[in-house]
Design a protein around this ligand. Structure first.
Ligand code: PMV
Length: 319
């Protein structure tokens, strides 16, 4: 029996991946840019076992059948279809399937653990491409700090454009709901592409947002990054709101958090918001205003709790 463990942290997209150019290979329709976090994590262990007839998955100690087919398919890609069945155990120190990028950290950790379990020794980019087939954003969690993902032909490439210590940004996550989201991001992306009248504009204008964000990162220009990240986030959500049927991930507390961020900004506080496929608001700020931002969001109506993080490293094996 071989058992291997790995850990990965979620990442938060500032320039969002939303839409697939090929559903079967899960190839993203747009390039993206994200921050890999440090304080939230998923740990995953994979044991290949000749005594099992089927794969078994436990998430935070409970059997998880809904997620199993995606996990098994990912293991097939890493270890081959004729592999032994696996016992997979996953634990996260934050709510899963609630717009906190738990699938990103889960699949990033899974490919690293599975590669070790079947002795693959693959490089990081190869593992990132495999993780990306399971969850587009997972590819970015193989990398640390500020990460770009570019589509090149039928493949993706990734790059760390700033290490955590080169631009130590802070993140406050305002948790407004702990439960799973209503519509999965994969399903919502397909619906957006098929029905939103704004989808083609979203695709066409992504390159200019990514260029602006990369320039802002290279120049460590916080206000330029804030402007383009908020714009890109609101554009992505405009696409989901205008899909049929509409996909609205926001709750009233989500909007209350945006108002809090606007008030902080008008007081001169270096902070901006972003929102993924869920109701949580992620506020990115400079470390010197972290406690101000955390207090303000923690006291916002409807916020259940806040989680604070800095930037962290990419997925790694645990010995
Ligand atoms: O990787 P997925 O399928 O969970 O989709 C992620 C979608 C967003 O989080 C909304 C955006 C992103 O780039 O992470």
């Amino acid at each position: 029996m071989t058992g291997q463990s790995a850990q990965a942290q979620p990442n938060i997209a500032l320039i969002k991946y939303w839409g697939k150019s090929e559903i079967s290979s899960n190839l993203p329709a747009v390039d993206s840019l994200s921050l890999t976090l440090d304080s939230l994590h998923t740990q995953m262990s994979v044991s290949l076992r000749d005594d099992l007839n089927t794969d078994r998955l436990e998430i935070n100690g409970a059997p998880a059948t809904a997620m199993l087919p995606r996990v098994s398919a990912c293991l097939d890609t890493v270890c081959g279809k004729d592999r032994a069945r696996a016992s997979i155990k996953s634990s996260s120190n934050f709510p899963i399937a609630a717009g906190l990028a738990s699938s990103a950290s889960a699949f990033a950790a899974l490919v690293v653990a599975a590669d070790r379990a079947c002795g693959g020794g693959r490089d990081r980019l190869t593992l990132a491409r495999i993780a990306g087939r399971a969850s587009g954003s997972a590819a970015r969690s193989l990398y640390g700090g500020i990460v770009t993902l570019n589509k090149v032909g039928a493949e993706i490439n990734l790059q760390e454009i700033a290490q955590p210590n080169e631009w130590p940004l802070s993140v406050v996550i305002a948790v407004t709901e702990e439960g799973p989201k209503s519509v999965s991001s994969g399903e919502a992306m397909v619906r957006s592409a098929e029905t939103s009248p704004f989808y083609s504009t979203w695709i066409d204008r992504q390159g200019e947002d990514l260029d602006s964000a990369m320039t802002a990162v290279a120049e460590r220009n916080f206000s330029a990054l804030a402007t383009v990240a908020e714009h890109n986030c609101l554009k992505m959500h405009s696409v989901t709101w205008t899909s049929r049927p509409p996909v609205v991930y926001w709750k009233s507390a989500t909007i209350a958090c945006l108002e809090t961020v606007r008030r902080l900004q008008s007081d001169g506080c270096p902070v901006f918001f972003t929102i993924d496929a869920g109701p949580q608001v992620k506020a990115v700020c400079l470390p010197e205003v972290l406690s101000t931002v955390e207090n303000a969001l923690g006291n916002t109506t409807g916020v259940k709790r806040t989680i604070v993080s800095g930037l962290g490293s990419g997925a790694r094996a645990l010995d």
